[in-house]
Design a protein around this ligand. Structure first.
Ligand code: ATP
Ligand code: MG
Length: 236
């Protein structure tokens, strides 16, 4: 029996819109789910049902008002909803990866260094980290002349693949992915799916949002329906 790597229990998230007379928007209502090592759970539901918000809460980019976010980190359970910033950083460095929809990067850092950075943060030697970054960029079909450039002028699909390379390179045990293949052509989509499937086979627990059917069929074992699983209110 595989181990649960992440367990979300009774998560609630509201946004208070201060510019709209403090309107209270309830986006996540009692979300509970688990993700096991080596499986991929897909979040499904129409636009605006809180899929990306849930991933941001799990990565501690957003604070949830209620609930637990348990992650298996270095042999212990960490509740990301209560953890101190130092612990959150340690979890992000060693355990939890997040491939967001858009690449956010420091200016002037080369693509190669950007992709190698998660490995460097784990103490991997610079030359080893760089050669693994090269291999990853090759597999994701990013043209070699771009490797020494910062990615801020890259096309949307190129930036997306840099983002994916960064998210996959360190082999995190748990991975959050937000539409990794959106806006990619068929060949690049296949390259991305191949790399994500490999991570899954290696035991990574994946929680993801996948809008295209190819990706869902290639990767996903189970689905969490954001509308059916939450009591009322979530679709606003
Ligand atoms: N920072 C924020 N402040 C206020 N409201 C927000 C914020 N982030 C998200 N929301 C609201 O939360 C709801 C859910 O947004 P979210 O981006 O999670 O949806 P989604 O399911 O990922 O949609 P899509 O499929 O279109 O990406 C939306 O109504 C959105 O307006
Ligand atoms: Mg979204």
């Amino acid at each position: 029996m595989a181990l649960p790597m992440m367990a979300v229990e009774g998560l609630h998230k509201n946004f208070t819109l201060h510019r709209r007379e403090r309107l209270n928007l309830s986006v996540l209502t009692d979300v509970s789910l688990s993700v096991y090592a080596g499986e991929c759970l897909a979040l499904s539901g129409p636009s605006g049902t809180g899929k990306s918000t849930l991933l941001r809460c799990l990565y501690s980019n957003y604070i949830a008002q209620q609930g637990r976010i348990l992650l298996r980190h270095s042999g212990e359970w960490v509740d990301m909803a209560q953890a101190k910033p130092r612990k959150i950083l340690a979890v992000r460095r060693y355990t939890l990866g997040y491939i967001s929809q858009f690449l956010r990067v420091a200016p002037r850092v080369s693509t190669l260094d950007l992709v190698a950075e998660p490995l460097r943060a784990q103490g991997v030697a610079p030359n080893v980290a760089r050669s693994r970054a090269e291999r990853m960029l090759q597999r994701l079909r990013l043209p070699e002349p771009l490797w020494s450039l910062p990615p801020d002028t890259f096309s949307g699909g190129e930036q997306q693949r840099v983002n994916i390379a960064r998210g996959l390179i360190a082999g995190f045990p748990v991975l959050l992915v937000d539409e990794p293949t959106a806006s990619l052509d068929a060949d690049n989509r296949a390259a991305v799916l191949d790399c994500v499937s490999e991570a899954k086979r290696a035991g990574t627990a994946i929680l993801g949002i996948f809008h295209d059917d190819d990706a869902r069929q290639a990767l996903c074992d189970r689905t969490y329906d954001m509308v059916a699983a939450q009591p009322a209110s979530c679709a606003g």
